[in-house]
Write a protein of this length. Structure first.
Ligand code: NIG
Ligand code: FE
Length: 417
């Protein structure tokens, strides 16, 4: 592959700095280089600076490179989506109508729809069908400038189908340009066949599923839906502690629908991130800041459920590192648009345009332990890059609801545009 040389970017937002979750003021530091330039070889960033600086360094090798003129364009790291349920079967547009007609998300789930409906459709899908549907969604992520995606199981709720989801993600990680980082989430719901025997299902997660998933190296993280009517904080803690014994890092769907001590539990078990947090308590937010738990906020989910968004502004101000994500799933957020999520982070959570970009790059990378490879444009990191049809990061958040992606590179190879 030829080296790639991007020159003359109006704004090159490097997000350069420490490979660590950015907090408070650090969330506004974009490391902007005007008339920016970047040289990528063997998939890895070799040099970054002004075009003038790189002319000195690489000018004599210009003939070997593919040269991209980024005049008038914003260039950023590939976006990172740190929370999705991308590998699912079927679709649930009828539930969207039902919710608009007055049903609530939990009513639909308790009546056997919601997560249970997708579980049935995912169990019925062959591995091939599931892979095909997932590829379509991953392609859509790429079109929206997303080059790294976390994906959860949790629509199997039995060993066989949980493994099917995780194996599909493993295979797609190998063959699709997107880096797909897997999370085990059998604790997404209590399957209907275990209704009334919740603890028996938890035993099965701990004794039958976790050891196999860990042994086969199919997941990095272990996630639980800690919510009234799903898993209690005590049950969630048991599952997360068991995962830790197998080397799986805890994540928690916390305080999404009701305030339930999920944020506090995230701090207690040392979760890398807590997700949703629409109803997180002030005390929970404080404890997350102290424990260094990343808040993974999902403003498209709040919008789609017609709920008030999480207190993103307050969390940043109180020293919580905030990441943002689509939550791509068939029930509460069937979108693959991280640009829209950045827009909503500003509009509904009052993050600034700079903070929203850091939340979708560096902090998102930290939430899935990919910060050594992606999340910023720095020498030694992967050449995961988006060139946008606009010239400033402010426009990216201001011209909302529009996909401004022009070109995308993954590990230095052009995958879009
Ligand atoms: O993160 N809240 C729980 N899980 C998903 C929704 C899953 C579904 O409705 O299928 C979420 O929003
Ligand atoms: Fe989710």
């Amino acid at each position: 592959m030829k080296p790639l040389w991007i020159k003359h970017a109006a704004q090159l937002a490097t997000i350069a700095g420490e490979n660590a979750p950015r907090k408070r003021k650090e969330m506004s530091e974009l490391g902007i280089i005007e008339d920016g330039s970047i040289w990528i070889e063997d998939g890895v960033i070799q040099a970054i600076g002004t075009t003038e600086e790189l002319e000195h360094q690489y000018g004599d090798r210009a003939a070997e490179a593919e040269i991209i003129d980024a005049t008038g364009r914003l260039v950023t790291p590939g976006l990172v989506d740190p929370h999705t349920h991308v590998a699912y079967g079927g679709s649930r547009e009828r539930e969207f109508e039902m919710r608009l007609e007055g049903a609530t998300y939990m009513e639909i789930m308790n009546a056997g729809g919601g997560i249970h409906a997708t579980t049935r459709m995912t169990r019925e899908s062959t591995e091939e069908e599931l892979a095909e549907q997932t590829v379509r969604r991953l392609d859509s992520f790429l079109k929206h400038g997303v080059t790294t995606v976390e994906g959860k199981s949790g629509y199997g709720l039995d060993l066989e189908t949980e493994l099917k989801q995780l194996r599909v993600m493993k295979r797609l990680n190998e063959i699709h340009p997107i880096d797909l980082v897997p999370t085990f989430m059998a604790a997404h719901a209590v399957p209907q066949e275990y209704k009334g025997n919740e603890d028996e299902y938890i035993d099965s997660i701990i004794n039958d599923m976790l050891p196999v998933v860990a042994k086969e190296g199919l997941a990095v993280f272990n996630d639980v839906f800690c919510e009234v009517g799903v898993f209690t904080p005590e049950q969630s803690e048991r599952i997360l502690e068991a995962g830790k014994k197998h080397g799986l890092i805890p994540k928690i769907h916390a305080d999404e629908i009701e305030s339930y001590g999920g944020a506090e539990l995230a701090a207690k078990v040392g979760a890398i991130s807590a997700e949703h947090l629409l109803k997180a308590s002030d005390e929970g937010i404080k404890q997350m800041a102290e424990a260094g738990v990343i808040a993974c906020l999902l403003p498209a989910t709040a919008l789609f459920l017609r709920e008030e968004a999480a207190k993103g502004r307050k969390m940043v101000d109180e020293g919580v590192a905030v990441a943002i994500s689509t939550d791509c799933n068939p029930g509460s957020s069937p979108t693959t648009s991280m640009p829209l999520v950045m827009n909503l982070a500003c509009i509904s959570m009052r993050l600034t345009p700079a903070e929203a970009l850091v939340a979708a790059t560096m902090n998102a990378a930290c939430a899935i332990k990919m910060e050594d490879k992606v999340g910023s444009l720095e020498v030694g990191k992967q050449g995961d890059i988006v060139m946008w049809n606009i010239s400033t990061y402010q426009e990216l958040q201001y011209l909302f609801g529009v996909n401004h992606v022009d070109k995308v590179w993954k590990k230095g190879a052009r995958v879009l545009g």
